[in-house]
Design a protein around this ligand. Structure first.
Ligand code: AMP
Length: 285
């Protein structure tokens, strides 16, 4: 067994993961799982910090999950930098990196998947058929492999966070789901592994997304209808050089049902295209 007092332990099989987690549990430690697809940035590191802050031994999984990508999506092009990821995890104080192969995660052809209905009907659901089923299934597997006390997810992927919370509730999974705030660049752009797809010109334009989410939030809080506020923001984004607004919606923060008037908690959520990059973001209204 590798040194238990410091450093990052890299494991590649479920058996090794379970053995390593068990050795920490024997010391009375709690476990915090951070599922990722790698190409790590400060947003991911904030999830590791969330685990450390709660006293958990952080376990970060790095797996570009093929089942959550559509046939015309960026699975093959998705950035991969395993050594860079291990270096960042070591610096962050993560203790276990679980980096399985596709064969380790999916031995044989699975007949079982996890599908969360309703909450996946809107927003990214219809635009990315099969995506949330792929996410719910792989997150279920990762949690059952690591058996953490808590699992950490970013609000950056807000619909994903709600889907996972609902799945854990509905299936009585014994894991606490912790949602963590979105980490942003200095100009407000939400950090994302996909940001590196952008040219410098696109990167300069991308800041408009956060600006317009804030404009919508301010307007609907002041009593403007969601239709009017999102209409103005959509026009502003297209004028700023965005190629497509897939959706820009004000929703209930838990059910993700669209709201026309904001009288209580609400979320402003958007998915856009800027060149070949798909940018998503959201904020509280
Ligand atoms: P990904 O590697 O993109 O699948 O993301 C892995 C986890 O990191 C998910 O729970 C994301 O929501 C979270 N995450 C990604 N970007 C950020 C960010 N900018 N701030 C906080 N969490 C993030």
């Amino acid at each position: 067994m590798a040194d238990q007092d410091q450093g990052l332990i890299v494991v590649r099989t479920v058996a090794d993961l379970r053995r390593t987690v068990a050795s920490f549990r024997k010391q009375g430690r709690t476990i915090g799982l951070v599922p990722t697809m790698g190409a790590l940035h400060e947003g991911h590191v904030s999830l590791v910090n969330g685990a450390l802050d709660r006293g958990d031994v952080p376990v970060t999984s790095i797996f570009v999950n093929p089942t959550q990508f559509g046939p015309n999506e960026d699975f093959a092009a998705y950035p991969r930098d395993e050594q860079g990821d291990f270096d960042k995890l070591t610096a962050a104080g993560c203790r276990i990196a679980f980096a399985p192969t596709k064969e380790e995660m999916y031995p044989g052809q699975p007949l079982t998947t996890v599908r969360v209905a309703g909450i996946t009907d809107g927003l990214c659901g219809p635009l990315r058929p099969g995506h949330f089923e792929g996410v719910a299934t792989v997150v279920s597997k990762l949690m059952l492999m690591a058996m953490p006390d808590r699992a950490y997810f970013g609000e950056k992927d807000y619909q994903q966070l709600q889907v996972i919370k609902r799945m854990v509730h509905d299936l009585a999974m014994p894991f606490e789901i912790v949602g963590m705030p979105t980490v942003r660049e200095a100009d407000g752009l939400a950090m994302s592994s996909r940001n590196r797809y952008m040219s410098p010109e696109e990167r300069a334009k991308a800041v408009a997304l956060y600006r317009e989410l804030n404009n919508v939030a301010k307007a609907v809080r002041a009593g403007t209808s969601a239709t009017e506020a999102t209409g103005a923001a959509t026009r502003a984004l297209l004028a700023a050089g965005f190629d497509k607004i897939e959706y820009l919606t004000v929703t209930d923060p838990d059910t993700l049902v669209p709201l026309e008037r904001v009288t209580g908690p609400a979320r402003v959520i958007a998915a856009t295209r800027l060149g070949r990059t798909r940018l998503i973001d959201n904020i509280a209204a």
